[in-house]
Design a protein around this ligand. Structure first.
Ligand code: URA
Ligand code: CA
Length: 433
């Protein structure tokens, strides 16, 4: 087989065979196919697209390019959730204990990552003593016992995707639906998921800026999942404004605790119930979405979800008292209010920019080696559609620095008020099964 023939075939809009796709992925991973030929095939794919079968083959070839996590010691259907990323997205912290409380095993491998705040692991490390260094045996034992464990990334998962993603980044081939869909799905499958729930964000603060593109991506991923034997569902959710009120690591842990207690922000609660219902159905702990939702609402009301969160924290070395006393979480030295300069209705909150404001305080990593401050961040007091009186606080800044002018300016610049009433945006745009 010759790579040049494969490139030519795709250039002419023909379908590649399973063997051709594997030849490319294996050769690119082991270095026998050079970057220039891989780039050329990526660009041809960008223009010519891929059939459903090709997308499934590409996904599995990338899965097989490296280690695959074996979760077979864990009982039940392992359902993983993936979000395409947003600002102040606290859902993972809530969903883990929530679905575990109705019996769905959550064996989560998570990362730290770059971004406006840390990743799930950073957030959990805001809890004194909490650690993610579990052996494979401890991990499986804990999930079997309490249905929930989180470990750090280990092993050499999907090296083909790592290499290709880096190449796409510098060859203007990131924004291709078949390439994005196979990239995301390959990572979830290699991490051991039997079934997958996808939260595809749409809007200013999201990777996909339009509902139309988000739908295309969601359909592509659901189709790949079905074709490779991993039941998959997706929702499209709004990311034009941050999710919930809190953006920051310890602040989001507190928000997650509030939500598990049934006292969280409306949008975060609704999103967690929507995604959680899908996870419970895929995990076969309920027959219908309605039945699943009822079960989830029950474990919030009867305290079981919070109880699982406590057991989870304790099992991983953390102090479970934070659940009843969130003041045990890292606290910022200073707080500053951002009072509205006039009255009106909130019309826009630019998610990305508010995230950047949190990052200026030190809540997120700019580079792999940055140290993040777990205590700092922003709590919004208003969301799009809310009315505001002059002088009422739009947000509270939690800082470990006295000088926050730049942050305040950024918040003012990115929360717009309108004289006229504004309708709150729909949170869930669509559910794709
Ligand atoms: N996220 C991924 O993991 N892969 C892509 O290709 C795009 C976004
Ligand atoms: Ca939040």
């Amino acid at each position: 087989m010759r790579m040049v023939d494969i490139i030519e075939k795709k250039r002419e809009g023909q379908e590649l065979t399973t063997e051709e796709i594997r030849f490319f992925i294996q050769g690119y991973t082991d270095g026998s196919i050079p970057d220039y030929q891989a780039s050329s095939l990526l660009m041809a794919t960008y223009f010519q697209d891929m059939s459903e079968r090709e997308r499934a083959d590409l996904t599995m070839a990338m899965v097989e390019s490296g280690d695959q996590i074996d979760l077979s010691d864990i009982e039940g259907i392992k359902v993983d959730k993936h979000s395409t990323g947003g600002v102040g997205d606290t859902t993972t912290l809530v969903l883990g204990p929530l679905v575990a409380a109705v019996g769905v095993p959550v064996a989560k491998m998570s990362g730290r990552g770059l971004g406006h705040t840390g990743g799930t692991i950073d957030k959990l490390e805001a809890i004194d003593g909490f650690h993610v260094e579990l052996s494979t045996e401890q991990f499986a034992e804990q999930v079997n016992r309490i249905k929930l464990a989180v470990i750090g990334q280990s092993g050499n998962l999907t090296p083909a995707d790592k290499k290709l993603y880096a190449l796409r980044d510098v060859t203007a081939t990131v924004s291709s639906i078949p390439l994005i869909a196979s990239s995301i799905m390959s990572k979830k499958i290699a991490a051991g998921a039997d079934a997958i729930v996808l939260d595809v964000k749409t809007g200013d603060g999201a990777f996909m800026k339009t509902v139309e593109d988000s739908k295309k991506l969601a359909h592509a991923m659901v189709q790949i999942g079905k074709n490779v034997g991993r039941n998959t569902m997706a929702i499209i959710s709004d990311m034009n404004q941050p999710l919930g009120y809190a953006i920051g690591n310890a602040l989001e842990v507190k928000e997650a605790i509030d939500t598990l207690r049934g006292e969280g922000p409306e949008d975060l609660t609704e999103l967690c119930l929507t995604l959680g219902s899908q996870m419970v159905v895929l995990g076969k702990k309920a027959k219908t979405i309605e039945e699943a939702r009822t079960k989830l609402e029950e474990v919030i009301q009867n305290g079981k979800a919070l109880e699982v969160f406590k057991e989870f924290i304790e099992s991983q070395g953390g102090n479970p008292s934070v659940v009843d006393d969130p003041s045990l979480l890292p606290q910022a030295k200073y707080t500053f209010e951002v009072p509205a300069k006039e009255q009106g209705y909130v019309s826009h909150i630019v998610a990305d920019e508010i995230g950047t404001a949190a990052m200026l305080l030190g809540a997120g990593r700019a580079t792999k080696d940055s140290v993040i401050d777990l205590a700092v961040g922003i709590i919004l007091h208003k969301k799009v559609g809310d009315s505001v009186k002059e002088g009422e606080s739009l947000a509270t800044i939690y800082a470990n620095q006295e000088e926050v002018k730049e942050v305040i300016d950024k918040i003012y610049a990115n929360i717009s008020l309108s004289e006229n009433e504004v309708k709150a945006p729909e949170l869930i745009e669509e559910i794709i099964t």
